[in-house]
Design a binder for this molecule. Structure first.
Ligand SMILES: [Zn+2]
Length: 193
């Protein structure tokens, strides 16, 4: 039985690197995969997934109306070994359910990589559904950026022109405006929780 896996983390925890490594493991065995990236991110990355280690891979772009179940009803005959979704926090609830059906009915493993919460500490829609429905959840870990703190970072804070912001649009693409913290230091800095 294929499984739906959710790899979740804060920003800057190497999600794309992890996705590309998983994809590489299939490719070297000549196994077919499909990689997806959301339109919101594709505009920034030109439909490619980059890792900080310099590797990149072309990805299929999906928007909020894309139907994964319909798409793989046709592609299902291609003997697909894995579907990988980058920035999976941008999936809609319906799309997560479609990926569940693809996994269960077509027996294709699905690996989703996403950020759990936004800069206000609130769950992204896609991540909320993935936390609810995934068969396995794996946390990709990184370290709090506060002074000498060495605790695991679980929260994301947004900065504009070097200043912390706690309001604004849920989505601003471009990782440079974000820092990651453990909850204790996120609370100290943002006062949000
Ligand atoms: Zn900390």
């Amino acid at each position: 039985m294929a499984k739906l896996h959710f790899y979740y983390s804060t920003m800057n925890a190497g999600k794309s690197t992890s996705l590309l490594q998983s994809n590489h493991n299939y490719k070297v065995r000549n196994l077919k995969t499909y990689i997806f990236t959301p339109k919101v991110d594709a505009q920034f990355h030109e439909g490619k997934i980059h890792s900080r280690l310099g590797v990149e891979e072309k990805a299929h772009v999906f928007d909020e109306n894309f139907d994964f179940y319909e798409y793989f009803q046709i592609k299902n005959k291609e003997n697909i070994s894995c579907i990988l979704v980058d920035e999976a926090q941008f999936l809609t609830e319906l799309q997560v359910k479609e990926l569940c059906k693809v996994c269960d009915e077509f027996n294709i493993p699905v690996m989703c990589y996403g950020i759990r919460t936004d800069f206000r500490g609130e769950l992204f829609t896609g991540s909320m559904s993935l936390l609810a429905y995934a068969d396995t959840m794996v946390e990709l870990k990184t370290i709090c950026e506060y002074e000498n703190c060495s605790r695991k970072a679980t929260m994301v804070a947004r900065f504009v022109d070097g200043k912390l912001v706690t309001e604004g649009d849920k989505v601003v693409i471009g990782g440079d405006n974000y820092k990651v913290y453990c909850r204790k230091h996120y609370r100290k800095i943002t006062g949000l929780i």
